[in-house]
Design a binder for this molecule. Sequence first.
Ligand SMILES: [Mn+2]
Length: 196
Amino acid sequence: MTPRRAEVHRATSETDVRVALDLDGGIVRAATGVPFFDHMLDQLGRHARVGLEVEASGDLEIDAHHTVEDTGIALGEALTRALGDKRGIRRYGDALVPMEESLAQAAVDISGRPLLAYHAPIEADAVGLFDVGLTEEFLLALARAGGLTLHVRLLAHRNPHHAVEAIFKAVAVALGDALTPDPRRGGEVPSSKGTL
Ligand SMILES: [Mn+2]
């Protein structure tokens, strides 16, 4: 099988982001200057069971917004490239993930039709330097650049660290399943249209 890997370098006046993604596994590490975001990217890589290396330097003197959003875009672009024509993948994945008292649900369709449906009424403003609202911004950027239909629901929560972490893990598990090759597909593109 062709290696399912991609490297993306995205540089703007606001950020410089490098992402190396291997859909079939590998090293996971993240250095973005936002420690909690690194922790979440680490969870994303590990629980999606992919190789994921992220290096980002951004205008953190403003806030973490551009860095988080642009990392989502670069990761989505890497995902699109690594998936290629999407032959043989499962296409769909879903997960229900507890993190202590928090419970998050995610469903993904690697559809080529970007959409994020996000419901996570977390009351806290931030975890460390990471504004809780950036979770949605990251997932929106990932869905758009990665061509994902992504539904996320936070079903229970109290601690904001647990809540955000449950969301990242649920997305990771769902996405990791969706991008997995299914031998019963026989290398077909998983769409009645013949293209995704
Ligand atoms: Mn944690």
